[in-house]
Structures are given as structure tokens and as C-alpha cells.
Design a binder for this molecule. Structure first.
Ligand code: PGA
Ligand code: ZN
Length: 457
């Protein structure tokens, strides 16, 4: 019933208008399963390789016809006749066929597209919803998960379906919005909301109010970055934090208790690896040491209701990361994105070095569904919060919405609430909230029970 009969791929386009890979897979006597691969802008050096044509006559070299052709030929040949219900077996075949450690031969885009389309094809063959299919696949990974008592921070996560706390971009900077602000994402986390729908309502209200406040003061409250966050020409990072706090208050919510702030510093992109220094526009382009950056972040944490900081330091600055974790690790969630790139080996290293307490999960950083789930399992075993994330280049594909609910990972980071490719995910979770009912509880800010000063709602 789940024997793969047909595999096909095509070049489609993402939210930046860049080409990307769509794969469709069909099992015998079943409907087609389909997935589209996203694409990052602030990519980490250690990510699996996205294969681009490099033919500058088409889309500035960003075409993906080579990756598409790999799916149509070599990959299709290897997939036809295989059992789509054996996700781990499928992903092993894909990795072996590629034969490189970073998927650079066939392309992580070709491989991930196939890996996910197989999961959807199996769901179609079983006449199962995607969330149920992903839950069944996760079940195989979570069998020997450390018991909750062994992982105090993440004890609520990973053992059954749950609805995620959304972490949503309000203001964009860095590579996503013309580098005007150094910090890539200023986000909010509605930790006091008691349902997913309420969380989303607070977020949307806050986002719209923030736009009005920026417009009122003559800033660009309607111009947005790649993920739909506003891209105002504010001069200082602190100005941004002040505007967000003002927006939270002006919708009648309490900063810190109802709605907390998160940052994605994405600091790799202003790090000079040779000189071991960070160059921020807001500090007049002065060269800062890791300790200077940590001092700055610690200052913000003490003055603003910040609960989460992603990539506070660069992907190769392990010593700095260790210091950051020692100083802030029991007060805020410290997420490794470029640092870990959803890679088990890098996460293992991080754990050994006692670095970070959370890992961003992006499927295309590692390139197969199985490896993504293995990294999530390791994160939970190490008591690190997993945060399932979109890329800045996204599409209507809703895999991460179903995946975060299916695995009970607890947090979802998708970007802002003004663009269809983002809303596709937020709306999918609304559907799941309704259809799953009691089968998927909303943990909300309760997942941060262990962070000092934060209490479960
Ligand atoms: P990216 O940004 O998709 O451009 O890498 C998202 C992030 O840094 O979290
Ligand atoms: Zn990031």
C-alpha cells in the first residue's frame, strides 16, 4: 500500500521570488504527497548545502533546475519501489545516495523536498492527516526519550501532541531589512495567553498597534522586512525595544507577564572571525569583544522583559557562548541557530561545552526529516528547548505547523503576521487547535517554568 510508484519535482518560487524545489511523491493507488523547501538568507556556515544552478543568466544564479533534475532522475530511481512508511529507511537511502557529509552533491533542497514529500505520500496512502503522520514518525524517535524527571526544563515537551507558543517577529533588521538595525529580529512571546487562539490575537493586535505608533512618529510603520516585521529607520536597538514595550502596554497587556520579548541577534553576520570582534552600526562601528556584546545583552535583559535570545554570539565563538550561557543561561532562553544548524554533532559539542539551553530547528539546515527529529530528540534528552522555525524565504508549505504540534516541541517561530506564507503556518495551527481539541493541549508560556522570575500561567 505504501510502495512508492512515482516521484516528480519542479521549480517553484518562494516569498522573496527566488526559485525553490517542490517535490511530489505518489504511492500505489494513493493521491500525491507534496512538499516545498524553504530557503534562508542569514544562513549558517555549517548548514547542509542548498544546490543552486549558478547560471547567472537565470535568477541571478539562484535557479534550482539542477536540484530538480536530481530528484527527477537519480533520486526518483532510488525511491521507486521503496516503502514510504519507512521514513528512516528512506532518509538513509537519500543520504547514502548523496554520499557527502553536507548533501552538496544532490543538494539539501532536492533531498529534503523528497524526504518530506515521502512523509506526505505515506499520509495519503494511509488516509491520515499530516499531523497524525508526523506524530507516528516522531513516536519512533521518542521511544527512549529521557523521562521528564531527568529533564526539568523540558519535562512537558516531546511526549505527546501540544499547541505551540508562537514567537513572532515585530521589527526586522540585519540581513532581513537592509541592515539598518543590527539585530535581525525583535520578537514577542505571548507567555500569559491561555490558548493558542488568544496568543495569536494578542500578537496581531500588538503588531498592528506597533505599526500605528511607528507611523505616528514618522517612521516606516508599513514597510516590512523579508519575514513581514516592520523595517523602520530607527537609530538605536533600544529605540526598537522601547516601541515594542509601548505597543504591548497600549493594547492593555503587561510587558513580561502577558507578553515577553525575544531577540534573534543573528550575530554571525556582524562578526569578524579573524579579529574575534563584533561590529555593530549602533555603536558607531566600534569593534566589540564577546564580553562587550554579552554586557550589552545583559543590560537589555535587566531593563526590558526579554525572555529569549537567539545567536547572541557568532557560530564559531564557542568561548563567548560559554560565557554568555554562564551569565544569562538561568534567566533567558539562549537559542543556538547558526551555532547548531539543527546538527546533532554540533548540538552534542554545545552540550559538552555547556553552551546555550535551546536549539532552533530548521529542516533544511540538516536536510531530512529523520535527522531533524534525531536532533530534536537529542535536544530534549539534553534538556534544551527546541524551537521549530521557518526560513526567511518561505512558501505556502505548512509542514512546520503540523510538525510542531505532532512532536509537542512547544515553540514555533515563523516570522510576522502580515504575509501569506507566514499566515499559512499560523492558520494551520488554528485548524489543528480546533480539530484536535483535547488531544493537543496549549502549554504556552508554561514551558518556561524553570526560568527565574517566570511562572506557569
Ligand atoms: P534565515 O533567518 O532563514 O534567513 O536564516 C531566520 C533566522 O535566522 O532564524
Ligand atoms: Zn536565527
Amino acid at each position: 500500500m505504501t510502495t512508492i510508484e512515482h516521484v516528480h519535482a519542479r521549480e517553484v518560487f518562494d516569498s522573496r521570488g527566488n526559485p525553490t524545489v517542490e517535490v511530489q511523491v505518489r504511492c500505489r493507488n494513493a493521491r500525491v504527497g507534496r512538499a516545498i523547501v524553504p530557503s534562508g538568507a542569514s544562513t549558517g556556515k555549517f548548514e547542509a548545502v542548498e544546490l543552486r544552478d549558478r547560471d547567472t543568466n537565470r535568477f541571478g544564479g539562484k535557479g534550482v533546475t539542477k536540484a530538480v533534475n536530481h530528484v527527477r532522475t537519480e533520486i526518483a530511481q532510488a525511491m521507486i519501489g521503496q516503502d514510504a512508511s519507512d521514513q528512516q529507511g528512506i532518509d538513509e537511502i537519500l543520504c547514502t545516495l548523496d554520499g557527502t557529509p553536507n548533501k552538496s552533491r544532490l543538494g539539501a533542497n532536492a533531498i529534503l523536498g523528497t524526504s518530506l514529500a515521502v512523509a506526505y505520500a505515506a499520509a495519503e496512502a494511509y488516509q491520515q492527516s499530516p499531523v497524525d503522520r508526523f506524530a507516528a514518525i516522531w513516536e519512533e524517535h521518542r521511544r527512549d526519550l529521557q523521562p521528564g524527571s531527568e529533564r526539568p526544563r523540558t519535562s512537558l515537551l516531546g511526549t505527546g501532541m501540544s499547541l505551540p507558543l508562537p514567537m513572532v517577529n515585530m521589527i526586522s533588521g540585519g540581513l532581513h531589512a537592509g541592515r539598518n538595525l543590527d539585530i535581525q529580529d525583535f520578537l514577542i512571546l505571548p507567555i500569559g495567553a491561555t490558548s493558542y487562539r488568544q496568543a495569536l490575537e494578542w500578537i496581531i493586535t500588538c503588531y498592528q498597534r506597533l505599526g500605528q505608533l511607528l507611523n505616528r512618529d514618522g517612521y516606516e510603520g508599513t514597510l516590512t522586512g523579508d519575514e513581514g516585521g516592520y523595517g523602520p529607520r530607527l537609530k538605536k536597538n533600544e529605540d526598537t525595544l522601547n516601541y515594542i514595550v509601548a505597543a504591548i502596554e497600549s493594547i492593555g497587556r503587561t510587558p513580561g507577564a502577558d507578553i515577553a520579548i525575544g531577540l534573534d541577534v543573528a550575530s554571525t553576520h556582524f562578526y569578524d572571525a579573524d579579529a574575534h570582534t563584533y561590529r555593530l552600526n549602533a555603536t558607531g562601528d566600534a569593534a566589540l569583544s564577546s564580553t562587550d556584546v554579552i554586557d550589552m545583552l545583559e543590560g537589555w535583559v535587566s531593563r526590558y522583559p526579554i525572555i529569549s535570545i537567539e545567536d547572541g554570539l557568532a557560530e564559531e565563538d564557542w568561548d563567548g557562548w560559554r560565557q554568555l550561557t554562564t551569565r544569562l543561561g538561568n534567566r533567558v532562553q539562549l537559542i543556538g541557530d547558526d551555532l547548531f544548524v539543527t546538527n546533532r554533532e554540533r548540538l552534542r559539542q554545545g552540550r559538552e561545552k555547556q553552551v546555550a539551553n535551546s536549539v532552533l530547528i530548521k529542516l533544511n539546515q540538516i536536510g531530512t526529516l529523520t535527522e531533524t527529529l534525531q536532533t530534536m530528540k537529542l535536544a530534549l534528552d539534553c534538556d534544551y528547548w527546541p524551537v521549530i522555525s521557518a526560513r526567511s524565504g518561505e512558501t505556502e508549505d505548512t509542514t512546520i505547523a503540523d510538525l510542531v504540534v505532532a512532536t509537542g516541541a512547544g515553540q514555533l517561530k515563523v516570522g510576522s503576521v502580515s504575509q501569506g506564507e507566514r499566515l499559512a503556518k499560523y492558520n494551520q495551527v488554528l485548524r489543528l487547535e480546533e480539530t484536535l481539541g483535547d488531544k493537543a493541549v496549549y502549554l504556552g508560556g508554561g514551558i518556561f517554568g524553570e526560568i527565574n522570575g517566570m511562572s506557569s500561567p
